[in-house]
Write a protein that binds this ligand. Structure first.
Ligand SMILES: [Zn+2]
Length: 509
């Protein structure tokens, strides 16, 4: 209660603190009332106290004569004479005022300004709490009295009394998040229970600590009486989602549309977050921005977990001059080891955010993995394993069934229309297994890529390679034409895997 006016600029020059038991404001007011009524009874008996109406006017007169810090006996006696009060010799009584608020005697002050300043401090503190200029509305009067030096009322008692009269302000416990008030309750347990309700779903037998993603405080203080005190509404505020953003690494098989769907976003929202991304061409490992719904207050828990983890095999490379550079072969696979790991894992609302390994114990060592790596220089004609387009042009017929020459037929490759004489390039390096005329293919080149795959280039006007030649990727092997069963200058391109025609579109970049 003494901490109502805890703002540092407030001082209590007349507030004498007693050592030992510190009575509450209400107790002190009661005690004073008892003392004061006793004093008044005594005063009435002896004629030592005279109460007057029009106290303010009287106060001014009195102040002019006697209201000095140290009252000399002479003016005091003069004053006593004026008001017709006899002073009892041997007892020190000094002039003071009885403060009456709304008809009730509150206490005794040396001067009116003591009480007026107390009112100002209460108004200032109330204004601070309420956020607007607050004015006390009391009827205050002062009646002169004589009192012993120990009879003056501690200023804090007045302040407590006045403050507790303000119905716009309540005392209790306030829950705040990053300085923002969420709500209040009469008792702390209500707010503790609220926070426990929030965190309970994320606490289990491995949980070693529970915290929050923002600064959460419960403080005992005065707050505006209209502050939220409904716990269900407070919980709603704490769990309300705010829009955030996170990133996602594209995995095999992901599509832009599927990712949008999975993350509860429209395509337009997804595109807006990823303006530089070609939605039709995602690649594995690409980082996309994803909308994330973050609750106003996240629960951060730390759990201790112990688990076994594989220890990767150490790799030893052995050079092999019989293999081409870039090629490798596993000589010994090795056996992974096993470790017992203890880690502190941090979660926010159950989603892992951080993992700190606190101890690792090797249960079984891993054995060495031995790999042979080629050192022989790779010839230029050696297949790269990736195909390039033999020519660039518009695709006039795709792989599969089509209607041509008056009937449906199966098209075994890709037709790419190009001007007569265009350079036809080897789609990958390899050995020319056929170069010559072959029926409906016209002038044909077949390249064997020595991995069970062959490429076919048909309808050429002329051939630039011969059977048995080694050709490198991109090497010009023929000129485009319309020989054989063909309706115009184009390149008929086929890929065969172990003799079976496959869709070239699936192999080309
Ligand atoms: Zn064709």
């Amino acid at each position: 209660m003494d901490e109502i006016l805890h703002a540092p600029q407030n001082e209590f020059p007349l507030h004498r603190r007693r050592k030992g038991h510190s009575p509450t404001g209400a107790e002190r007011v009661e005690r004073f009332k008892e003392q004061f009524s006793k004093f008044r009874e005594e005063a009435a008996d002896c004629g030592r106290v005279l109460r007057l109406q029009g106290a303010r006017v009287f106060h001014r007169a009195w102040s002019a004569v006697a209201g000095k810090p140290k009252l000399s006996p002479l003016p005091f006696l003069a004053l006593s004479a004026v008001i017709g009060v006899a002073a009892v010799v041997g007892t020190v009584y000094t002039p003071s005022y009885v403060v009456t608020v709304d008809g009730a005697d509150l206490g005794l002050v040396r001067s009116q300004s003591v009480f007026e300043q107390a009112m100002e401090r209460v108004e200032s503190r109330a204004s601070e709490i309420l956020g607007y200029d607050y004015q006390l509305a009391h009827t205050v009067s002062y009646a002169p009295a004589l009192s012993g030096s120990g009879d003056l009322t501690p200023v804090a008692d007045f302040e407590n009394y006045l403050f507790n009269q303000i119905s716009e302000i309540t005392q209790g416990y306030v829950l705040s998040v990053d300085g923002q008030t969420v709500g209040a309750a009469a008792d702390r347990a209500t707010l503790d229970a609220l926070l426990e309700t929030l965190s309970a779903p994320y606490v289990n037998e491995n949980t070693v600590s529970v915290g929050y993603t923002k600064n959460v405080h419960i403080t005992k203080e005065y707050f505006p009486s209209d502050t939220q005190q409904d716990t269900a509404s407070m919980l709603d505020m704490l769990t309300a989602n705010t829009n955030g953003q996170t990133t996602y690494e594209v995995q095999q098989g992901d599509t832009f549309m599927a990712l949008a769907f999975d993350n509860d976003m429209t395509m337009a929202e997804m595109e807006a977050l990823n303006p530089d991304v070609d939605v039709d061409r995602l690649y594995i490992g690409q980082i996309l921005n994803i909308k994330e719904e973050i609750p106003f207050l996240g629960v951060e828990t730390i759990e201790t977990h112990t688990y076994t983890e594989e220890i990767a095999c150490p790799v030893r490379e052995v050079e092999d001059s019989s293999m081409y550079q870039g090629d490798s072969a596993v000589l010994e696979a090795g056996v992974p080891g096993e470790a017992l790991v203890t880690a502190d894992v941090t979660y926010v609302n159950g989603v892992e955010r951080e993992r700190n390994v606190t101890s690792t114990t090797t249960v079984r060592e891993a054995t060495e993995r031995v790999i042979a790596v080629g050192t022989k220089e790779r010839p230029s004609w050696y297949p790269t394993g990736n195909y390039i387009w033999p020519v660039y042009g518009s695709i006039t017929s795709r792989f599969g069934y089509r209607y041509i020459f008056g009937s449906y037929s199966y098209h075994s490759g890709l037709d790419i229309a190009v001007p007569y004489g265009t350079s036809i390039r080897a789609s990958d390096g390899g050995t020319v297994s056929f170069a010559g005329w072959q029926g409906s293919y016209g002038y044909l080149v077949v390249i064997d890529h020595s991995n069970g795959e062959q490429t076919y280039y048909a309808h050429n006007s002329s051939l630039l390679v011969s059977t048995g030649d080694k050709v490198y990727q991109g090497q010009t092997i023929a000129r485009a034409g319309s020989t054989g069963r063909s309706t115009g200058s184009h390149c008929h391109f086929e890929i065969r895997v172990n003799g079976t025609r496959v869709n070239p579109a699936a192999y080309l970049p």
